[in-house]
Design a protein around this ligand. Structure first.
Ligand SMILES: N[C@@H](CCC[C@H](N)C(=O)O)C(=O)O
Length: 333
């Protein structure tokens, strides 16, 4: 993404103008960001009817390809929300159509945005006019939460400007440090928690130590009160203190597990890492670090609170396989 010449040109399995399905076989790529894994579909021709049933079948880990979600590349102009996105940013020509593994639609996926950028590079679709973020070239992408900008770092990580964030409960929640109660199986009492909106909804609760974090049973959805109307992602965090960053400025660190809306427990959640860092930073008060390393079961991501009022997520993205799925083998087809 730093320049068109860095985009790999191999394994482009769909020709421009083709749909992803030929002879009832769907071409897909499998990718992950810190083991939050996705089935990626090149639908640049916007011909695929990505129904909830098809999403569930693709994401099925036994009868399908398997993934926490499905991500479709589609021209932004083809989406109902596309006109508003393109009016805000004409360079956001490609839209990340993200679906949870249960078939539901979500506004945003942070790990998915990095993997989406890597997939656009693989497809040679990332050499669109790049926008400057500060002095860095960045790829603009359309999402249901609005335009997002992705840039490549020297270490190969992708950094996503995740846009504005807010504590859902406003100043009162910031002062109290909580606006919800969450009961988690395996933990004895319900805990106070802080709701954070980073384009999609999150509720973050702090646990005493890594022993408690390990004891939490996330095979069932935590019970959140008051019940969020649209559901929520829930992050369990253990703050691990501060450490010196590369430039000598203190960096915060925390460990996190997550139960994702529409999925279940996953090995990483990018928006969840942002929400977790923002909650822990709020609890820590004035002088807390702006940069946080978030350790998740699938690796580590970096969250930075930007002076612009946005939050940035950085981490790896990997494309691990490309193949064809025989759609006639899927249930109901
Ligand atoms: N894993 C994603 C978040 C995906 C959406 C989420 N499950 C929701 O329904 O809001 C991430 O990396 O952010």
């Amino acid at each position: 993404m730093t320049s068109p010449s860095t985009a790999p040109s191999t394994a482009t399995s769909t020709r421009p103008g083709d749909g992803p399905v030929r002879a009832n076989r769907l071409t897909f790529t499998k990718g992950h960001g810190t083991e939050n894994d996705f089935v990626l579909i090149d639908d640049r021709a916007a011909t695929l009817d990505l129904t909830p049933d098809l999403v569930r079948a693709l994401a099925d880990r036994r009868a399908g390809v398997g993934g926490d979600g499905v991500i479709r590349v589609v021209p932004t102009a083809e989406l109902p929300e596309g006109a508003a996105i393109l009016a805000a940013e004409p360079a956001a020509t490609w839209f990340m159509d993200y679906r949870n593994s249960d078939g539901s639609v979500a506004e945003m996926c942070g790990n998915g945005a990095r993997v989406f950028a890597a997939f656009l590079e693989r497809l040679d679709l990332a050499a669109v006019p790049l926008r400057l973020q500060g002095d860095q070239p960045a790829l603009a992408i359309g999402t249901r939460a609005g335009v997002r900008y992705v840039r490549r770092e020297a270490n190969g990580w992708y950094a996503v400007d995740m846009g504005p964030w807010r504590l859902t409960g406003g100043d009162d929640a910031a002062i109290a440090g909580a606006d919800a109660q969450v009961a988690v199986a395996g933990l004895e009492v319900a805990r106070p928690a802080l709701s954070v909106d980073v384009g999609n909804p999150h509720v973050v609760l702090a646990l005493a130590d890594v022993g408690e974090l390990a004891a939490a049973d996330l095979s069932r959805a935590p019970e959140v009160r008051p019940v969020p109307i649209d559901g929520t992602n829930v992050e369990l965090v253990v703050p691990l203190g501060e450490e010196p960053g590369a430039d000598g400025v203190a960096v915060g660190r925390l460990r996190m597990r997550v139960h994702e809306r529409g999925v279940g427990e996953t090995r990483s959640c990018g928006t969840g890492a942002c929400a977790a860092a923002l909650a822990v930073r709020t609890w820590a008060g004035a002088g807390a670090p702006d940069v946080w390393l978030v350790d998740v079961p699938g690796g580590t991501v970096r969250v930075s609170v930007l002076a612009s009022g946005h939050v940035e997520l950085a981490g790896p993205a990997a494309l691990v396989a490309t193949g064809e799925l025989d759609l006639s083998t899927l249930p109901g087809r």
